[in-house]
Design a protein around this ligand. Structure first.
Ligand SMILES: [Zn+2]
Ligand SMILES: [Zn+2]
Length: 242
């Protein structure tokens, strides 16, 4: 029965799929099966053990002692603020893969809740949430838009409106493993701004921040179009500096 409801586990451990099923229907922690609160996917003990990004640079969330602004952001600032609570490692990686590739938003309920709390704590709240758009070819291939789902969740809980001000006009190859110069070159001109964003404080929304080249290009497109400030909100970030 379960195998008919849930996808084949593939390379994942089989246990997690049963746990997702329990999380969906029995309100149990996805990692240890202890009872958890409504709207959460993890019990408080498992949640406390998730690898966090802090201390990190407040502008790009790169690991940084004492939470100081990192050298790259001092030299060429793009984002004013980065809110990325978790590291893309350990259990976070497993949970986000279930969300992104197995289309199970319930797997990241606790991570989303933390992202929302941090957004609500910000003194200067953004005027608009902007999910980073994927190219239509990737959307058709994947059939799922995870940045849009995150942005809709944040909108529902904060009241900040969504703005689909960017269009992805070029399909770009996966960026991991490519040298920095090449990544930046690949992304140049990948977006077009199609709305008036002059004077707006915009929060870009993505699921995972890896090399940062996509988010940086999106931010630069908005800044060139007159946006006042661009922040980046993601669930997780790779711990490496790029
Ligand atoms: Zn647990
Ligand atoms: Zn930084």
């Amino acid at each position: 029965m379960l195998s008919r409801i849930l996808p084949r586990p593939g390379t994942q451990s089989t246990g997690i799929f049963k746990q997702v099923y329990n999380g969906l229907f029995n309100n149990q922690c996805l990692l240890c099966a202890a009872p958890c609160e409504t709207g959460h996917s993890l019990c408080p003990a498992c949640f406390a053990e998730l690898p966090r990004t802090t201390p990190c640079c407040p502008r790009c969330a790169a690991p940084q002692p004492h939470g100081l602004v990192c050298g790259a952001c001092l030299k060429k600032p793009v984002f004013t603020r980065a809110i990325i609570p978790f590291q893309y490692t350990g259990q976070n990686l497993r949970l986000i893969h279930l969300f992104k590739f197995n289309k199970r938003p319930v797997a990241v309920a606790s991570l989303l809740s933390e992202l929302k709390s941090q957004l609500l704590q910000e003194k200067q709240k953004p005027d608009a949430l902007l999910p980073i758009p994927s190219h239509w070819r990737r959307l058709i291939w994947r059939g799922y838009d995870s940045p849009l789902l995150i942005a809709r969740y944040l909108k529902r809980h904060t009241g900040i409106p969504l703005r689909h001000a960017l269009r992805r006009i070029r399909h770009t190859p996966h960026q991991l493993g490519q040298p920095r110069k090449q990544r930046l070159k690949n992304m140049r001109g990948a977006f077009r701004c199609r709305q008036d964003v002059r004077g707006l404080h915009i929060a870009l929304i993505d699921d995972v921040y890896t090399t940062g080249s996509t988010a940086r290009e999106a931010a630069q497109t908005l800044l060139k179009a007159g946006a006042k400030q661009v922040d980046i909100y993601c669930l997780a970030r790779t711990p490496e500096k790029f």
